[in-house]
Design a protein around this ligand. Structure first.
Ligand code: GLU
Length: 453
Protein backbone atom coordinates (compact mmCIF):
# COMPACT_ATOMS: atom_id res chain seq x y z
CA UNK A 1 0.00 0.00 0.00
CA UNK A 2 1.41 3.38 -0.95
CA UNK A 3 2.17 5.51 2.07
CA UNK A 4 -0.41 8.30 1.96
CA UNK A 5 -0.62 11.20 4.39
CA UNK A 6 -2.83 14.23 4.55
CA UNK A 7 -2.73 17.74 5.90
CA UNK A 8 -6.22 18.93 6.77
CA UNK A 9 -6.43 22.63 7.59
CA UNK A 10 -9.68 24.50 8.05
CA UNK A 11 -9.65 27.43 5.62
CA UNK A 12 -10.68 29.90 8.30
CA UNK A 13 -7.48 31.94 8.34
CA UNK A 14 -3.95 32.19 6.98
CA UNK A 15 -1.52 29.39 7.69
CA UNK A 16 0.60 30.08 10.66
CA UNK A 17 3.99 28.72 11.67
CA UNK A 18 2.09 26.49 14.12
CA UNK A 19 0.13 24.91 11.24
CA UNK A 20 3.28 24.65 9.16
CA UNK A 21 4.56 22.07 11.64
CA UNK A 22 1.95 19.34 10.90
CA UNK A 23 2.05 20.22 7.19
CA UNK A 24 5.82 19.72 7.15
CA UNK A 25 5.79 16.64 9.38
CA UNK A 26 3.46 15.04 6.83
CA UNK A 27 5.38 16.26 3.80
CA UNK A 28 8.74 15.09 5.15
CA UNK A 29 7.27 11.70 6.07
CA UNK A 30 5.90 11.32 2.54
CA UNK A 31 9.30 12.31 1.13
CA UNK A 32 11.14 9.79 3.28
CA UNK A 33 8.69 7.00 2.46
CA UNK A 34 8.23 7.81 -1.22
CA UNK A 35 4.56 8.42 -0.41
CA UNK A 36 1.72 10.71 -1.41
CA UNK A 37 0.55 13.89 0.28
CA UNK A 38 -3.12 14.88 0.17
CA UNK A 39 -4.26 18.40 1.00
CA UNK A 40 -7.75 18.31 2.43
CA UNK A 41 -9.65 21.47 3.19
CA UNK A 42 -11.75 20.84 6.29
CA UNK A 43 -14.39 23.37 5.36
CA UNK A 44 -17.55 21.88 6.84
CA UNK A 45 -17.82 25.02 8.98
CA UNK A 46 -19.43 27.00 6.18
CA UNK A 47 -19.62 30.23 8.12
CA UNK A 48 -15.96 30.58 8.91
CA UNK A 49 -14.42 28.87 5.86
CA UNK A 50 -13.71 30.87 2.74
CA UNK A 51 -12.44 30.08 -0.75
CA UNK A 52 -9.91 32.92 -0.39
CA UNK A 53 -8.34 31.35 2.68
CA UNK A 54 -8.28 27.97 0.91
CA UNK A 55 -6.41 29.53 -2.00
CA UNK A 56 -4.02 31.33 0.33
CA UNK A 57 -3.27 28.05 2.10
CA UNK A 58 -2.38 26.41 -1.22
CA UNK A 59 -0.10 29.32 -2.09
CA UNK A 60 1.59 29.39 1.29
CA UNK A 61 2.25 25.66 1.18
CA UNK A 62 3.75 26.03 -2.30
CA UNK A 63 5.99 28.82 -1.03
CA UNK A 64 7.13 26.59 1.81
CA UNK A 65 7.97 23.87 -0.73
CA UNK A 66 4.97 21.58 -0.22
CA UNK A 67 3.33 20.43 -3.44
CA UNK A 68 0.34 18.16 -2.75
CA UNK A 69 -0.31 15.23 -5.04
CA UNK A 70 -4.03 15.79 -4.63
CA UNK A 71 -6.35 18.24 -2.94
CA UNK A 72 -10.07 18.40 -2.24
CA UNK A 73 -12.67 20.12 -0.11
CA UNK A 74 -14.91 18.42 2.40
CA UNK A 75 -17.81 20.63 1.39
CA UNK A 76 -17.91 18.67 -1.90
CA UNK A 77 -18.36 15.38 -0.09
CA UNK A 78 -21.38 15.83 2.14
CA UNK A 79 -23.22 12.93 0.44
CA UNK A 80 -20.45 10.56 1.55
CA UNK A 81 -20.71 11.78 5.14
CA UNK A 82 -24.49 11.38 5.03
CA UNK A 83 -24.05 7.79 3.85
CA UNK A 84 -21.64 7.01 6.69
CA UNK A 85 -23.94 8.66 9.23
CA UNK A 86 -26.81 6.55 7.91
CA UNK A 87 -24.74 3.43 8.32
CA UNK A 88 -23.99 4.27 11.94
CA UNK A 89 -27.63 5.15 12.57
CA UNK A 90 -28.75 1.83 11.09
CA UNK A 91 -26.34 0.03 13.40
CA UNK A 92 -27.80 1.86 16.39
CA UNK A 93 -24.56 3.72 16.94
CA UNK A 94 -25.72 7.26 16.19
CA UNK A 95 -28.49 8.62 18.37
CA UNK A 96 -30.39 11.89 18.54
CA UNK A 97 -29.99 14.20 21.54
CA UNK A 98 -31.94 17.32 22.37
CA UNK A 99 -30.12 18.95 25.26
CA UNK A 100 -29.23 22.57 24.83
CA UNK A 101 -25.69 23.78 25.47
CA UNK A 102 -26.87 25.35 28.75
CA UNK A 103 -28.46 22.10 29.94
CA UNK A 104 -25.28 20.20 29.17
CA UNK A 105 -23.16 22.77 30.98
CA UNK A 106 -25.41 22.55 34.06
CA UNK A 107 -25.07 18.76 34.06
CA UNK A 108 -21.33 18.92 33.73
CA UNK A 109 -21.20 21.37 36.63
CA UNK A 110 -23.31 19.04 38.77
CA UNK A 111 -21.09 16.05 37.91
CA UNK A 112 -17.97 18.01 38.79
CA UNK A 113 -19.51 19.14 42.09
CA UNK A 114 -20.15 15.48 42.95
CA UNK A 115 -16.55 14.64 42.08
CA UNK A 116 -17.62 12.64 39.03
CA UNK A 117 -16.06 12.99 35.57
CA UNK A 118 -18.21 15.31 33.43
CA UNK A 119 -19.12 12.57 30.98
CA UNK A 120 -22.42 12.71 29.06
CA UNK A 121 -24.94 10.38 30.79
CA UNK A 122 -26.68 9.22 27.61
CA UNK A 123 -29.99 10.54 28.92
CA UNK A 124 -31.21 10.99 25.35
CA UNK A 125 -31.09 7.22 24.84
CA UNK A 126 -33.90 6.96 27.39
CA UNK A 127 -36.27 9.11 25.33
CA UNK A 128 -39.26 7.32 23.83
CA UNK A 129 -40.53 8.02 20.32
CA UNK A 130 -43.26 10.18 21.90
CA UNK A 131 -40.72 12.17 23.93
CA UNK A 132 -38.76 12.87 20.78
CA UNK A 133 -41.86 13.81 18.82
CA UNK A 134 -42.88 16.19 21.63
CA UNK A 135 -39.43 17.83 21.70
CA UNK A 136 -39.44 18.25 17.95
CA UNK A 137 -42.94 19.68 18.09
CA UNK A 138 -41.48 22.31 20.45
CA UNK A 139 -39.09 23.18 17.64
CA UNK A 140 -36.03 21.39 19.04
CA UNK A 141 -33.74 19.86 16.48
CA UNK A 142 -31.55 16.91 17.44
CA UNK A 143 -27.78 16.77 17.42
CA UNK A 144 -26.35 13.29 16.97
CA UNK A 145 -23.92 11.40 19.16
CA UNK A 146 -21.88 8.30 18.44
CA UNK A 147 -22.38 5.54 21.01
CA UNK A 148 -18.92 4.62 22.23
CA UNK A 149 -18.21 0.90 22.61
CA UNK A 150 -17.64 1.04 26.36
CA UNK A 151 -20.42 -1.24 27.55
CA UNK A 152 -21.55 -4.85 27.14
CA UNK A 153 -25.04 -4.28 25.77
CA UNK A 154 -26.47 -1.91 28.35
CA UNK A 155 -25.19 1.59 27.48
CA UNK A 156 -25.99 2.79 31.01
CA UNK A 157 -23.55 0.33 32.51
CA UNK A 158 -20.18 1.33 31.17
CA UNK A 159 -16.99 -0.58 31.74
CA UNK A 160 -13.34 0.16 31.24
CA UNK A 161 -12.74 -0.07 27.48
CA UNK A 162 -9.11 0.45 26.62
CA UNK A 163 -8.35 1.81 23.23
CA UNK A 164 -4.66 1.48 22.39
CA UNK A 165 -2.42 2.39 19.51
CA UNK A 166 1.25 2.58 18.85
CA UNK A 167 1.95 6.23 18.16
CA UNK A 168 4.94 7.01 15.94
CA UNK A 169 5.78 10.06 18.09
CA UNK A 170 4.51 9.13 21.55
CA UNK A 171 4.90 5.35 21.68
CA UNK A 172 2.21 3.13 23.19
CA UNK A 173 -0.97 5.06 24.00
CA UNK A 174 -4.03 3.87 25.88
CA UNK A 175 -7.24 5.77 26.49
CA UNK A 176 -10.22 4.39 28.37
CA UNK A 177 -13.32 4.99 26.26
CA UNK A 178 -15.41 4.97 29.43
CA UNK A 179 -13.70 8.23 30.42
CA UNK A 180 -15.05 10.03 27.33
CA UNK A 181 -18.46 11.43 26.42
CA UNK A 182 -20.15 10.05 23.34
CA UNK A 183 -18.92 12.50 20.73
CA UNK A 184 -21.36 14.71 18.86
CA UNK A 185 -20.89 13.98 15.14
CA UNK A 186 -23.72 16.10 13.70
CA UNK A 187 -24.84 19.47 15.01
CA UNK A 188 -28.50 20.44 15.48
CA UNK A 189 -28.32 22.46 12.26
CA UNK A 190 -27.37 19.30 10.37
CA UNK A 191 -23.71 20.26 9.79
CA UNK A 192 -20.92 17.85 10.55
CA UNK A 193 -18.30 18.33 13.18
CA UNK A 194 -14.82 17.43 12.07
CA UNK A 195 -14.73 13.87 13.47
CA UNK A 196 -16.84 11.80 11.06
CA UNK A 197 -15.94 13.58 7.77
CA UNK A 198 -12.29 13.18 8.68
CA UNK A 199 -12.68 9.41 9.08
CA UNK A 200 -14.78 9.02 5.93
CA UNK A 201 -12.13 10.92 3.96
CA UNK A 202 -9.21 9.11 5.53
CA UNK A 203 -10.81 5.85 4.41
CA UNK A 204 -11.66 7.14 0.91
CA UNK A 205 -8.19 8.65 0.36
CA UNK A 206 -6.44 5.50 1.55
CA UNK A 207 -4.63 7.42 4.27
CA UNK A 208 -2.03 5.13 5.81
CA UNK A 209 -0.62 7.56 8.39
CA UNK A 210 -2.35 10.37 10.25
CA UNK A 211 0.28 12.80 11.48
CA UNK A 212 -1.11 15.69 13.49
CA UNK A 213 -0.75 17.73 16.65
CA UNK A 214 -1.10 16.21 20.08
CA UNK A 215 -4.26 18.25 20.69
CA UNK A 216 -5.97 15.43 18.76
CA UNK A 217 -4.85 12.53 20.99
CA UNK A 218 -8.24 12.14 22.70
CA UNK A 219 -9.97 12.34 19.28
CA UNK A 220 -7.90 9.40 18.15
CA UNK A 221 -9.50 7.02 20.64
CA UNK A 222 -12.94 8.10 19.43
CA UNK A 223 -11.91 7.95 15.80
CA UNK A 224 -10.46 4.45 16.18
CA UNK A 225 -13.84 3.33 17.54
CA UNK A 226 -15.60 4.88 14.53
CA UNK A 227 -13.15 3.33 12.03
CA UNK A 228 -14.06 0.01 13.60
CA UNK A 229 -17.79 0.72 13.48
CA UNK A 230 -17.39 1.46 9.75
CA UNK A 231 -15.39 -1.76 9.38
CA UNK A 232 -12.32 0.04 8.06
CA UNK A 233 -8.68 -0.55 8.91
CA UNK A 234 -7.48 2.51 10.79
CA UNK A 235 -4.32 4.33 9.77
CA UNK A 236 -1.18 4.52 11.88
CA UNK A 237 -1.21 7.62 14.09
CA UNK A 238 1.51 10.05 15.08
CA UNK A 239 0.86 13.03 17.36
CA UNK A 240 3.62 15.57 17.50
CA UNK A 241 4.04 18.27 20.11
CA UNK A 242 2.69 21.70 19.33
CA UNK A 243 4.71 24.83 18.83
CA UNK A 244 4.29 27.28 21.68
CA UNK A 245 5.74 30.67 22.46
CA UNK A 246 8.86 30.76 24.59
CA UNK A 247 6.68 31.30 27.67
CA UNK A 248 4.65 28.21 26.75
CA UNK A 249 1.47 29.78 25.37
CA UNK A 250 -0.16 28.28 22.30
CA UNK A 251 0.48 30.00 19.00
CA UNK A 252 -2.93 30.92 17.78
CA UNK A 253 -3.70 31.49 14.13
CA UNK A 254 -4.49 35.04 14.97
CA UNK A 255 -0.91 35.94 15.72
CA UNK A 256 -0.58 37.59 12.36
CA UNK A 257 3.13 38.27 12.61
CA UNK A 258 3.79 34.54 12.51
CA UNK A 259 1.61 33.77 9.54
CA UNK A 260 3.55 32.20 6.67
CA UNK A 261 2.44 35.14 4.58
CA UNK A 262 4.01 37.71 6.86
CA UNK A 263 7.19 35.65 7.23
CA UNK A 264 7.44 35.50 3.45
CA UNK A 265 6.85 39.24 3.20
CA UNK A 266 9.51 39.85 5.84
CA UNK A 267 11.93 38.17 3.43
CA UNK A 268 12.55 34.89 5.22
CA UNK A 269 13.65 31.88 3.23
CA UNK A 270 11.11 29.06 3.20
CA UNK A 271 13.75 26.56 4.27
CA UNK A 272 14.67 28.69 7.29
CA UNK A 273 11.02 28.77 8.33
CA UNK A 274 10.64 25.05 7.63
CA UNK A 275 13.81 24.13 9.52
CA UNK A 276 12.72 26.06 12.59
CA UNK A 277 9.10 24.84 12.45
CA UNK A 278 10.24 21.22 12.25
CA UNK A 279 13.38 21.06 14.39
CA UNK A 280 12.04 23.06 17.36
CA UNK A 281 10.95 20.59 20.03
CA UNK A 282 12.93 17.64 18.68
CA UNK A 283 16.10 15.96 19.86
CA UNK A 284 18.04 17.82 17.14
CA UNK A 285 19.82 21.11 17.32
CA UNK A 286 18.32 23.74 15.07
CA UNK A 287 20.30 23.86 11.86
CA UNK A 288 19.16 25.36 8.60
CA UNK A 289 18.49 22.61 6.05
CA UNK A 290 18.98 23.74 2.46
CA UNK A 291 16.38 21.44 0.95
CA UNK A 292 13.31 19.48 2.05
CA UNK A 293 15.19 16.28 1.25
CA UNK A 294 17.99 17.33 3.62
CA UNK A 295 15.46 18.20 6.33
CA UNK A 296 13.72 14.87 5.78
CA UNK A 297 17.06 13.12 6.33
CA UNK A 298 17.74 15.07 9.51
CA UNK A 299 14.67 14.23 11.51
CA UNK A 300 12.06 11.49 11.99
CA UNK A 301 8.79 11.35 13.92
CA UNK A 302 10.47 9.41 16.72
CA UNK A 303 12.78 12.40 17.36
CA UNK A 304 9.89 14.65 18.41
CA UNK A 305 10.09 15.44 22.14
CA UNK A 306 7.24 14.90 24.58
CA UNK A 307 7.47 18.43 25.96
CA UNK A 308 6.17 21.50 24.14
CA UNK A 309 8.09 22.74 21.12
CA UNK A 310 9.11 26.22 22.20
CA UNK A 311 9.37 28.41 19.19
CA UNK A 312 11.40 31.55 19.34
CA UNK A 313 10.85 33.88 16.37
CA UNK A 314 14.17 35.55 17.26
CA UNK A 315 15.91 32.37 16.11
CA UNK A 316 14.60 32.88 12.61
CA UNK A 317 16.84 35.78 11.62
CA UNK A 318 20.20 34.10 12.42
CA UNK A 319 18.98 30.85 10.89
CA UNK A 320 17.89 32.69 7.78
CA UNK A 321 21.23 34.49 7.61
CA UNK A 322 23.10 31.18 7.70
CA UNK A 323 21.09 29.96 4.72
CA UNK A 324 21.42 33.21 2.79
CA UNK A 325 25.22 33.19 3.23
CA UNK A 326 25.34 29.94 1.27
CA UNK A 327 22.74 30.67 -1.42
CA UNK A 328 24.18 30.45 -4.91
CA UNK A 329 23.51 33.30 -7.33
CA UNK A 330 21.21 31.12 -9.44
CA UNK A 331 18.89 30.66 -6.48
CA UNK A 332 18.44 34.39 -5.98
CA UNK A 333 18.89 35.89 -9.45
CA UNK A 334 15.17 36.44 -10.04
CA UNK A 335 14.61 37.97 -6.65
CA UNK A 336 17.60 40.28 -7.04
CA UNK A 337 16.28 41.42 -10.37
CA UNK A 338 12.87 42.13 -8.83
CA UNK A 339 14.63 44.20 -6.18
CA UNK A 340 16.40 46.23 -8.86
CA UNK A 341 19.77 44.81 -7.87
CA UNK A 342 22.19 44.37 -10.76
CA UNK A 343 25.82 43.40 -10.42
CA UNK A 344 25.36 39.70 -11.19
CA UNK A 345 27.06 36.85 -9.42
CA UNK A 346 30.12 38.93 -8.51
CA UNK A 347 27.99 41.37 -6.54
CA UNK A 348 25.91 38.66 -4.84
CA UNK A 349 28.98 36.70 -3.85
CA UNK A 350 30.60 39.85 -2.48
CA UNK A 351 27.66 40.80 -0.28
CA UNK A 352 25.74 37.64 0.65
CA UNK A 353 27.67 37.07 3.86
CA UNK A 354 26.52 40.49 4.98
CA UNK A 355 22.87 39.78 4.29
CA UNK A 356 20.43 38.31 6.78
CA UNK A 357 17.74 38.23 4.10
CA UNK A 358 18.10 38.31 0.33
CA UNK A 359 16.37 41.70 0.50
CA UNK A 360 19.35 43.12 2.41
CA UNK A 361 21.27 42.93 -0.87
CA UNK A 362 19.30 45.99 -2.01
CA UNK A 363 20.93 48.08 0.70
CA UNK A 364 24.40 47.01 -0.41
CA UNK A 365 23.46 47.59 -4.01
CA UNK A 366 22.55 51.16 -3.19
CA UNK A 367 25.86 51.51 -1.38
CA UNK A 368 27.67 50.26 -4.49
CA UNK A 369 25.74 51.98 -7.23
CA UNK A 370 24.39 55.21 -5.79
CA UNK A 371 26.47 58.07 -7.20
CA UNK A 372 25.69 60.23 -4.16
CA UNK A 373 28.73 60.89 -1.99
CA UNK A 374 28.48 59.41 1.50
CA UNK A 375 28.81 61.62 4.56
CA UNK A 376 32.53 62.11 5.20
CA UNK A 377 33.91 62.79 8.68
CA UNK A 378 35.67 66.19 8.63
CA UNK A 379 38.80 64.80 10.30
CA UNK A 380 39.18 62.30 7.44
CA UNK A 381 38.81 64.88 4.67
CA UNK A 382 42.50 65.36 3.91
CA UNK A 383 43.23 61.67 4.06
CA UNK A 384 40.32 60.88 1.73
CA UNK A 385 41.32 63.62 -0.72
CA UNK A 386 44.78 62.06 -0.95
CA UNK A 387 43.19 58.63 -1.31
CA UNK A 388 41.17 59.95 -4.25
CA UNK A 389 44.36 61.12 -5.94
CA UNK A 390 45.99 57.74 -5.48
CA UNK A 391 43.11 55.72 -6.93
CA UNK A 392 44.68 53.29 -9.40
CA UNK A 393 43.77 53.61 -13.07
CA UNK A 394 41.16 51.34 -14.67
CA UNK A 395 40.64 48.46 -15.19
CA UNK A 396 39.89 47.38 -11.63
CA UNK A 397 39.80 43.87 -10.26
CA UNK A 398 40.14 42.22 -6.90
CA UNK A 399 43.80 43.23 -6.62
CA UNK A 400 42.97 46.94 -6.84
CA UNK A 401 42.08 47.37 -3.17
CA UNK A 402 45.45 45.91 -2.13
CA UNK A 403 47.39 48.06 -4.58
CA UNK A 404 45.57 51.21 -3.55
CA UNK A 405 45.72 50.74 0.23
CA UNK A 406 49.36 49.63 -0.09
CA UNK A 407 50.18 52.92 -1.78
CA UNK A 408 48.21 54.87 0.83
CA UNK A 409 49.93 53.09 3.67
CA UNK A 410 53.36 53.82 2.22
CA UNK A 411 52.51 57.45 1.75
CA UNK A 412 50.60 58.27 4.96
CA UNK A 413 52.12 55.77 7.39
CA UNK A 414 48.60 54.81 8.47
CA UNK A 415 47.83 51.18 9.13
CA UNK A 416 45.03 48.90 10.32
CA UNK A 417 41.78 50.57 11.23
CA UNK A 418 42.93 54.12 10.61
CA UNK A 419 44.01 53.12 7.12
CA UNK A 420 40.93 51.11 6.15
CA UNK A 421 37.95 52.39 8.13
CA UNK A 422 37.70 55.94 6.70
CA UNK A 423 37.84 54.42 3.20
CA UNK A 424 35.13 51.89 3.94
CA UNK A 425 32.91 54.53 5.52
CA UNK A 426 33.36 56.98 2.69
CA UNK A 427 32.80 54.34 0.00
CA UNK A 428 29.88 52.42 1.48
CA UNK A 429 28.42 54.68 4.16
CA UNK A 430 28.87 51.82 6.65
CA UNK A 431 31.50 50.95 9.24
CA UNK A 432 31.11 47.22 8.57
CA UNK A 433 30.25 45.23 5.52
CA UNK A 434 31.46 43.06 2.69
CA UNK A 435 35.08 42.50 1.82
CA UNK A 436 36.31 45.73 0.22
CA UNK A 437 38.51 43.76 -2.16
CA UNK A 438 35.37 42.43 -3.87
CA UNK A 439 33.30 45.56 -3.43
CA UNK A 440 35.73 48.15 -4.78
CA UNK A 441 35.66 47.01 -8.42
CA UNK A 442 31.85 46.93 -8.20
CA UNK A 443 31.72 50.51 -6.95
CA UNK A 444 34.06 51.44 -9.77
CA UNK A 445 36.50 54.25 -10.22
CA UNK A 446 34.02 57.00 -11.01
CA UNK A 447 31.76 56.47 -7.99
CA UNK A 448 34.76 55.94 -5.75
CA UNK A 449 36.33 59.22 -6.80
CA UNK A 450 33.01 61.02 -6.27
CA UNK A 451 32.60 59.60 -2.78
CA UNK A 452 36.10 60.40 -1.60
CA UNK A 453 35.92 64.05 -2.46
N1 GLU B 1 -9.02 20.18 10.53
C1 GLU B 1 -8.38 19.54 11.64
C2 GLU B 1 -7.49 20.55 12.35
O1 GLU B 1 -7.10 21.50 11.69
C3 GLU B 1 -7.59 18.35 11.17
C4 GLU B 1 -7.07 17.50 12.25
C5 GLU B 1 -6.51 16.20 11.70
O2 GLU B 1 -5.41 16.23 11.16
O3 GLU B 1 -7.14 15.17 11.81
O4 GLU B 1 -7.22 20.45 13.51
Amino acid sequence: MTVTVRFAPSPTGFLHIGNARPALMNWLFALREGGRFVLRYDDTDRERSTAEFAQAIGEDLAWLGIHPHESFRQSDRIAQYDAAAERLRAAGLLYPCYETAEELERRRGRARALGRPPVYDRAALKLSDEDRAALEAEGRKPHWRFLLPNHDGDPFVTRRAECSWSDLCRGEQTIDLASLSDPVLIRADGTYLYTLPSIVDDIASGITHVIRGEDHVANTAVQLAIFKALEATPPVFAHHNLLTTVSGEGLSKRKGALSLRSLREAGFEPMAVASLAVLSGTSHSIEPAETMAALADMVSLADVSRSAAKFNPDDLRPLNARLVHRLPFDAVADRLQALGVAGGAAFWEAVRENCETVGDAARWWRAVSDPQPMAVEPEDADYLARAAELLPPDPWDDTTWGTWTGALKAETGRKGKSLFLPLRKALTGEAHGPDMKALLPLIGRRNSAARLS
